[in-house]
Design a protein around this ligand. Sequence first.
Ligand SMILES: Cc1ncc(COP(=O)(O)O)c(C=O)c1O
Length: 438
Amino acid sequence: MKLSRKEKNSYWMPYTDNEWFKKRPKLLDSANGMYYTTNSGKKILDAVAGLWCVNAGHCREKIVKAVQDQVQKMDYGLSFQMGHKASFEFAEKLTSILPKTIDSVFFTNSGSEAVDTALKIALAYFHCQGKGEKKKLIGRARGYHGSGFGGTSVGGIVANRNQFSNLLNGVIHLPHTHIPEKNSFSWGQPKYGKEKAEALIDIINFHGSENIAAVIVEPVAGSTGVLVPPIGYLEKLREICNKNNILLIFDEVITGFGRVGDSFASERFKVIPDMITMAKGITNATVPMGAVGVNARIYEMLIKNKKEKIELFHGYTYSGHPLACAAGLATLEVYQEEKLFERAKGLEKYFGNKAHSLSKLNMVKDIRNIGLVAGVELEARDKKNKTLGRDIFEECFKNGVMVRFTGNTIALSPPLIINKKQIDLVFDVLSHSIKRCF
Ligand SMILES: Cc1ncc(COP(=O)(O)O)c(C=O)c1O
């Protein structure tokens, strides 16, 4: 089953070197549990849960059935001035696994939309109190918040910003928390770097808290190569935001739904933001969906102070799509029935130790881990040859394991159903592939 020239040209793949891919396409054909099967029949162990999203493993029967039943009953139900039961039910179920103060959920279709929605809610929250000047947004270097204009603007991965010359005004970035000279090979949260949060005080002193609406960070930065927050860092951000009436948004698109061994990273680190953005594991990636969880203060303020009949002029045709809600409800049941968040926590030590066992390879520069996430950062192979991460990815794929790469960092984030034997295999193949590619 080959791709024709016309097919190759027709599909412009996202975040991909299209020329490279189309020379030797790797095509997936089916998926089940921990495995993909390629179109040539090869089984691939999925060590990244798709794109950090298939937390319960692929093609789970309960979720598939829920979507099939729903599509037969009602394919689509509009969500502007109309509703359907599953969206209310799913929102309520979500709040039961979100931190206690997060009481309401706004549905989107992706993580990027969730981020843009949260930023707009922050602006609307101050606007409705007559504080429209409180509008600056603070992101962080190396942060990833999706591909919308809002998310790209607060995002801090330079390559993702360079091509777009007209991002949002009034965005300031905190420094990232990566301090390899002090923290490399930390197991879990690194010891040093809490003081990086104090840059927020400098920003406030310079710009004025009366001009700042919100701070958005990933509790664990994923796409930049797995940066775990230093001990005390998130607590400090929370404290400074509280003192200055600035909303704190945690982007939990990756860290939600058991990835870090609790329902959400906010629970794991015991730091509760004002808003949480989520997506990916929300439906086990079966149907695209994102959401923003907000605390009662924000929801009630907007309702109380509305000047028009509608309190938030924002939404999507597919907000609360019936298929996504059906998938989401079934997904939560699978997580709960199989205790997958607890399972992730139980496997953390084994997985983390296996990841850190790679430190004996002298080309490994750093290893970072938390929950069922690990980043293995490698020395540059040589300055001219920039494809090390990709070469390792290809070598792993050849050997039956799917990993992810960003620059010279290999990221692992398997479905939470992974077992110890499969963890062993992932790290054996990765170790072999690293050695092969140097
Ligand atoms: C932290 C974070 N926020 C937002 C997004 C964007 O999500 P989506 O690709 O669903 O738009 C991602 C995607 O990886 C992410 O990791």
